[in-house]
Structures are given as C-alpha cells and as structure tokens.
Design a protein around this ligand. Structure first.
Ligand SMILES: [Zn+2]
Length: 225
C-alpha cells in the first residue's frame, strides 16, 4: 500500500494521544479514577500491620481493583487502536518508549500511565501491521521542545499548553506540535512532508540511520538519545 497518509502520534500531556493531523483524544475519566482508587488502597495496605488479616484483606482488594482497572483500560485501548487503524491513515509514527521511559517515569510519576501507553503502542503496532500499515518508532527526545515549523528548540514548562515559537512565531497545541515532530522524524528522507505545512527542510533530508552516524548533522542531538 502506498504511504499516502502517514501520521505521527504523541502520547500527550493533557490528551491521551495527539495525532499530527490535529486530532486529540482525551484521557478517559476512568483512568484518572483508577489511579485514585489504586493509590487509596495502596495507602490502606501500608497503614495496616504486617501479617494482620486486615492487611491481607486490603491487599486482596487492591489486587482486585488493579485487575478490574486493567481490563477496563484494555477494552478502551483496543477500541482506540481499532479506530486509529480504521481511520484511513497509511502509517503510524510513534515514540520509542524504551528510549524515553526514564524521562517519562520521573516526569509523570506514573507507572500506570506508562503501562497503558506501552500497551497502546503494542496493540496499535500489532493491528496496524496485520492491516498492512507501517509503524515506525522514533526517538522522541525533545519533541515537546522543538518547533515543528522551523526546528527551533526552546524550553517548554509543563504549564505551557501551546507551543509559541520564539523564533518563527508558530502557535500550536503542545501535543499536536510534538506529534508533527514525531511524524517528521519518521518521514525524514522521504520526498515531501505529510504534516501540516512543509516542515522538512531540504538539508534535513536524511534517513534516521544516516542521522545516527552523521556526527555533524544538525539533528544529531535530537535523534540520538
Ligand atoms: Zn519555529
């Protein structure tokens, strides 16, 4: 199949995922509730005396809460990945979570969030490949800090929801901007740009492999973890 409609997907900050065509998919409420419930039962377990029956009961309750939430979020992630695979996109560029994991863990202090993102990428990759669609994993380092229009890198505190480039003036939702960067990294070296606007400058046309070995390339820092 021709790769006529590739998209980048960012695992968002205030969205669950953001797609480079401008689509944002919100965090489902139950994920928030799940986190609260699990935290509550973890506290109760910690409070109770070791070896006591009450502690054992609380532990069982925590385990059930965890299992129930996991199956609920699995349903959601199945639906979400089905929807994306059936939306007419021809390939997906996603974050390589193995590279970013440590940053994410301390940034969001959320192993539950990480687990659902991991699961989402696993499901999406499997379904996309079964449907004959491509999946490219890229190093997502600095995708939030980089301007998807001019390549400028600037600090983006978590409170900033909009990327306002202090070099070219571009304004975009922070997660959508990141998803366009993810797409651009996956499509480097291919002709043309599929993001909003022509974001790939000619001097950046190189494959990810070339960038990894070219120490002088301007994107070297962005591509190598
Ligand atoms: Zn810019």
């Amino acid at each position: 199949m021709e790769n006529t409609n590739p998209v980048g997907i960012d695992l968002g900050l205030d969205s669950f995922v953001a797609v480079s065509d401008g689509t944002k998919i919100g965090k489902p409420n139950f994920m928030q509730q799940k986190r609260k419930k699990i935290a509550k039962w973890q506290k109760i377990v910690a409070r109770r005396n070791k070896g006591s029956k009450r502690r054992e009961r609380a532990k069982a309750r925590l385990q059930r809460t965890y299992e129930y939430s996991t199956s609920q979020s699995d349903d959601y992630l199945h639906k979400l990945s089905d929807t994306l695979v059936n939306s007419g996109y021809t390939s997906f560029a996603v974050e390589d979570l193995h590279i970013q994991n440590m940053v994410k863990n301390c940034r969001l202090a959320g192993s539950i969030q990480d687990a659902s993102w991991n699961r989402f990428i696993q499901l999406l990759s499997y379904k996309a490949e079964s449907a004959g669609l491509g999946v490219v994993k890229v190093d997502a380092k600095n995708t939030s800090k980089e301007c998807s229009n001019c390549g400028n890198i600037q600090e983006m505190p978590l409170s900033e929801r909009t990327y306002i480039c202090n070099r070219c003036g571009m304004q975009k939702d922070r997660d959508i901007n990141a998803s366009i960067n993810i797409l651009n990294r996956a499509t480097l070296g291919q002709r043309g740009s599929h993001a909003q606007g022509d974001n790939i400058r000619p001097q950046q046309e190189a494959t990810i492999e070339e960038l990894r070995t070219d120490k002088t390339h301007p994107l070297q820092d962005a591509v190598i973890a």
